[in-house]
Design a protein around this ligand. Sequence first.
Ligand SMILES: Nc1nc2c(ncn2[C@@H]2O[C@H](COP(=O)(O)OP(=O)(O)OP(=O)(O)O)[C@@H](O)[C@H]2O)c(=O)[nH]1
Ligand SMILES: [Mg+2]
Length: 407
Amino acid sequence: MRQAILCALNLRDDHNFDEYLAECVSLCSAAGIEVMKTITQSANTPDPEYYFRHGKLEEIKAVLEETAIDLLVFCHDLRIDIVSNLEDYFGIQVMDRTNLILDIFESRARSREAILQISMARLKYNLPARLKDNDDDSHQRGGSAANRGTGERRRSLVKREYDKKILSIQRELDLLAKNKRQMAQKRKRSGLKQVAMVGYTNAGKSTLMNLILKKNKKDDKAVLARDQLFATLDASVRQVEHKGRRFLLTDTVGFVSNLPHELVDSFKSTLQACKDADLLVQVVDAANPYYDLQTATTIKTLNSIDAGGIEMITVFNKMDIAENHEQGLGISCKEDRGVDELLDLIISKLYPFEYQKEIRVPYDKLGILDEYRPYLDVVLIENREDHALYVLSGQQRLINDLEKKVS
Ligand SMILES: Nc1nc2c(ncn2[C@@H]2O[C@H](COP(=O)(O)OP(=O)(O)OP(=O)(O)O)[C@@H](O)[C@H]2O)c(=O)[nH]1
Ligand SMILES: [Mg+2]
């Protein structure tokens, strides 16, 4: 495992700073980096040249001199000139948060689509840096007009080279997305309702999917579930049946706070599965001390992909090791607790108008029935001597209500 010092700036006494740091440590370990020491500084604004103020830089230097550590990880997205300043100052590699996340995604990517999506995100994130390198080169070689002209040309050459690469990846991604869209349309035409699992990475979405598949005797269609961040990068769709009702269940990529927008952009077609869903199931790791922040991250990410308006059930997973949870349904995939209740709940949300009842409505009370027509399915069965017989379908509460009024 590569060893690093983790550096973080606590800007304006952020009350979520500890959680933010803890998340960065997990991200490092997901990227195969062991955090040997964490160095933080409080400030109102970052230093414009080095992010940290001078005293902290000296403190880091002292640690580096005593150890063989050759990597600094910053828990923030750094401007490229700040990265170069820091690398020059310390003489070792400096990695920022987006590049850390890109590294993790890169090491997990298996499908062609995921690989392309990550290459795209990396190209877009690193393009300004490459352009800057060229600017610096031309300045170093003397600032004459001729040299500046050469710099300009090289800059536009690099830009063109990047644009070409980005375009060719985009073409391939568009093709894959087109196939995906066709499959999604086919699924829509099948009339099956769609449920997507969402949530913070490592919450247990894939484990829940596998448990549900097992209950359906479809273990052979299991998806990958692992104790690592971003185990799932591709969406997997499976058909599930519960109490005679079928629906499609999608397992998708987990979220993390401030997911770099280049990645969100690149993963649009993967995240589309969330947008197409009739219902979302948010899986929360109730054993994680920061689960409320993770929930907030999930909601924020859903909003950013325009999926915030979709109805959502929240389940608190890992109740076998969690102390408690505040509200919602508690489940444990490990001990198969609460999952049948969850499936009941999913069905009741997907098919809210399931309740049916025969009701006799006296002719002088037909007006009351009319009031309920916008909310219930009303079918006349027969007209009898002093009443009409109807079959009503819809919410049980409304049907009971109506029955009371007409009886
Ligand atoms: N103790 C306990 N562990 C669980 C439970 N459910 C899942 N896990 C573990 O949590 C870890 C992550 O599970 P995954 O199902 O891969 O999580 P995920 O949400 O799909 O993660 P990403 O794909 O990274 O978004 C695995 O080690 C699981 O064994 C549970 O109910 N109890
Ligand atoms: Mg997963």
